[in-house]
Design a protein around this ligand. Structure first.
Ligand SMILES: Nc1nc2c(ncn2[C@@H]2O[C@H](COP(=O)(O)OP(=O)(O)OP(=O)(O)O)[C@@H](O)[C@H]2O)c(=O)[nH]1
Ligand SMILES: [Mg+2]
Length: 303
């Protein structure tokens, strides 16, 4: 069509941990690709979710939540990812929780360079009983920075997401799509296999243990279809790394029950996302102090 403008660009989702960045990404692209949990710093690896409309391709980049509570080599690497990501994208969507803005949020905002264009998304408005309370909150935030726009949204209900998309579209550069229109992420099934298992550790283990765990993929094989449906069958083997023998015992649980719960939940999610049967083998191994070992962290992909 002549005269039609097409835009394409990268949109960082930035903010302190737990504000709902990954949930927003999932709702925006319409598929659960980013891992979500009620625990802080669930996201460890930057992930792109792609949405293509008639007039725009949005490449949303889900970043780890910036945090200063825990200090080790892993947290420093995550914070670096969070800061670099918010700076390098065409537009940054700064995500806060409705009616909650504190020092931790202010610190992340301060790290986004002045020249970066920032849209403020006030998320979780479904939790606000009296919507009139939002107005003074928004007015307060306006004083923190000159935002391109402020959009109250809910990643849970999807409320106002069309408005958010509209505002962001106007800020993206003109240009052709970078990815095919039906592609929704820049990552492959191997990446999602690891992330899904890691998400289950965050969802099913106690408060501190998930921070002492990581997941490595040992092998991923696609085999000929089994049974009548003939869909491919994936054989996936993974290792859960922990730092101590005592942690290994907890992850496995009495009679292996805990590990069974974790792997069975992970397998179900993989089967849903990959749309086929999965055989999942999981081992738990001890690697002392992996969160403090810079070389090992590089190997695990935390640059
Ligand atoms: N009620 C409600 N809960 C939400 C909403 N968005 C996210 N949550 C919940 O908030 C928690 C954190 O969500 P995530 O999407 O993992 O948050 P995040 O910002 O990606 O967190 P990190 O990766 O740790 O930085 C989860 O329990 C979500 O279910 C929302 O719009 N409404
Ligand atoms: Mg996240």
């Amino acid at each position: 069509m002549t005269g039609m403008v097409f835009r394409c660009g990268t949109v960082a989702l930035a903010g302190r941990p737990n504000t709902g960045k990954s949930s927003l990404l999932n709702k925006l692209v319409g598929e659960k690709i980013a891992m979500v949990s009620p625990k802080a710093q669930t996201t460890r690896r930057t992930l792109a979710g792609i949405l293509t409309t008639e007039t725009c391709q949005y490449i949303f980049v889900d970043l780890p939540g910036y945090q200063t509570k825990h200090v080790n080599v892993l947290n420093r690497a995550l914070n670096r990812q969070a800061t670099d990501g918010a700076r390098d994208c065409d537009v940054t969507v700064f995500v806060v929780e409705a009616l909650r803005f504190a020092e931790a949020d202010r610190e992340v905002l301060a790290r986004i360079p002045d020249e970066q264009r920032v849209v403020l998304a006030v998320n979780k408005i479904d939790l606000v009983k009296n919507q009139r309370e939002l107005l003074p909150f928004v007015e307060r935030l306006q004083k923190e920075r000159s935002f391109e726009a402020i959009v109250p949204v809910s990643a849970r209900s999807g409320r106002n997401l069309p408005e958010l998309l509209k505002v962001v579209e106007g800020l993206l550069p003109e240009g052709p799509a970078a990815y095919p229109a039906d592609q929704i992420t820049d990552k492959d099934e191997r990446f999602f296999a690891m992330e899904i298992l890691r998400e289950k550790l965050f969802q099913l283990l106690g408060e501190e243990l998930p921070y002492r765990c990581d997941v490595a993929l040992e092998s991923f094989k696609e085999e000929e279809g089994r049974g009548r449906s003939g869909t491919p069958f994936r054989r996936i083997e993974m290792t859960i790394w922990v730092e101590r023998d005592s942690q290994k015992a907890i992850v496995i649980g009495a009679g292996g029950e805990q590990l069974k719960r974790i792997s069975s939940a992970a397998r179900k999610d993989m089967e849903r996302l990959f749309d086929g049967k999965v055989y999942l083998g999981v081992w738990v191994k001890v690697k002392r102090d992996w969160t403090g070992d810079a070389r090992l962290l590089k190997q695990l992909g935390y640059g």
